[in-house]
Design a protein around this ligand. Sequence first.
Ligand code: 2Q2
Length: 323
Amino acid sequence: TLSGCAGNNAGGQPQPEQPQPPAEKIVWKLGHLGNEEHIWNKTALKFAELVDEKTNGQIEIKVYPNEQLGNEIDTINMVKAGTADLVVSGESMQNWAPKAALMAVPYAFRDTAHMRKVIESDLGQEIADQIKEKVGITPLYYHVRAPRNLTSNKPISKPEDLKGFKMRVPNVPIFVEAWKAAGANPQAMAFSEVFTALQQGVINGQENPVDLIYSAGFYEVQKYVNETEHVNGWVYVLIGNKQLESLSDDLRSAVVEAAAEAQTYADGLFEEETTGFKNQLMEKGMEFNSNVDKEAFQKAMEPGVKGKLDAEQADLYERIVNF
Ligand code: 2Q2
């Protein structure tokens, strides 16, 4: 007989259909700090749709914009603890994985093309690997970001203009040191607290890419976008290691495939949308100060940046700037 052959019904008897064990539905929460219209949110929704399709509805991803799950650091901790599952994060992960600092070191990348080359190379992989090991969350896809610019209510064109300037930076030690070295009074603060802090005059300014300046409505409380372009960086969309490892091989492949497609979608949106934010911010009444001495800012920040890098970070920094 051929009875050893799986699925062979040699006896000719009609076989009752094998009841499939009911596939347990998995629901994941993804949190980030952009608003509903932000590129990260649109891409996360696309990713959720792709994951739903490729897993026949077995994995549902619920997307929470506007820090609805918690601020960035809290959400990372929630993902590690299993009370959330995915998060959008970048250089803030340097608080666990030192190499994540290189995702956004002032004036390290020559341009977006240089940065993209680094992300896609062994150098990028080295950063992703350390994040996986030390933060406990795994990069799935990334967003390249527009350069970070300083916003304020008086034009700031050179480091000397920063005297007495109280500003917010994210929870990123290298940013604190860089802005201190440049002459400002920086303090770390969660993104969701920035609008009110600006409104109440607790701080005089903050720095972010144009898309997040727009997303958070900072145009209502800030007049100038000073084109310091001090940081080119990227963020990853990450999933908890445990959540990823708990999947069957098939489901894991489906998630990884969906992430690759989300990547293409994200890159397309970045090309389409980024240039528009400048006009949108101007329509909202912001003025772009292009009269910025970037070289002076770079020089002024350098001791804060280089002085702050440990040996491991300094080594990676050298390999990145020479790549
Ligand atoms: O200013 C912010 O909070 C955002 O631009 C990002 O969260 C920031 O770039 C980092 O915290 C990313 O890890």
